[in-house]
Design a protein around this ligand. Sequence first.
Ligand SMILES: Nc1ncnc2c1ncn2[C@@H]1O[C@H](COP(=O)(O)OP(=O)(O)OP(=O)(O)O)[C@@H](O)[C@H]1O
Length: 247
Amino acid sequence: MSNTDFALAVEDLTVSFDGFKAIDALTLYIDKNELRVIIGPNGAGKTTLLDLICGKTKASGGSIKFKNTELTALAEFQRVRLGIGRKFQTPSIYENLSVFQNLEVSYPKGRSVFGALGFKCTEEVKARVQVVAEEIHLADKLDTEAGLLSHGQKQWLEIGMLLMQDPELLLLDEPIAGMSAREREMTAELLQRICTNRAVIVIEHDMDFVKQIAHKVTVMHQGKILAEGSMDKVQNDPKVIDVYLGH
Ligand SMILES: Nc1ncnc2c1ncn2[C@@H]1O[C@H](COP(=O)(O)OP(=O)(O)OP(=O)(O)O)[C@@H](O)[C@H]1O
């Protein structure tokens, strides 16, 4: 398969922090429409890998190709424009704005300073807000101030803000942290829906949740890939049990 057949092709990726290789010659391919979950012990390099893909951290070596474009030389904002959306562990929403406004300001046309100043809430934007609000279970909360939402709802709102940009690759770091059991279930269903027409990479520690959502699981350890495949396969891999699941 050529690199272009994948949503994302990471090859030989390396990053060193003061000589310590947090990511060590890592190769990883993500299919279009795939929901990949990355698991592994603390310090394995999972967050660093997402940082390298979105451009928060610069690679020391190797390649990251997205839609046939080499990303490693591009700035973070250029990667966003290409269609990469990243959600961090802590939700970064505008607490004083309503759910509607949070989604509205995330619409790509309003993103530049000049665009934001002269930004008019067109029918097109309203329609998009409605679609996304339904997708993230917040259609009945459009007028609610974001600060008043539950922790889980805030996480959904942030996913919604990314969806407003219609990213082709979505990177989510521990999306169910702090959620209730019901919210977790709803998030599993949400993630399964939004990986149509886009690839999604999720870092997660909750194995029940991983089982529910993963198409394929990648296990990282010491900056490298320890195992990869179906949940069943990696769960029964002695190496994975040894460094991660057995603890
Ligand atoms: N900017 C940095 N400078 C120095 N060391 C770093 C930096 N970022 C990450 N590291 C180190 O790289 C290693 C990998 O960290 P990373 O946060 O990617 O692991 P992780 O798999 O996401 O762990 P966790 O499950 O705890 O979030 C750790 O040893 C961490 O201390």
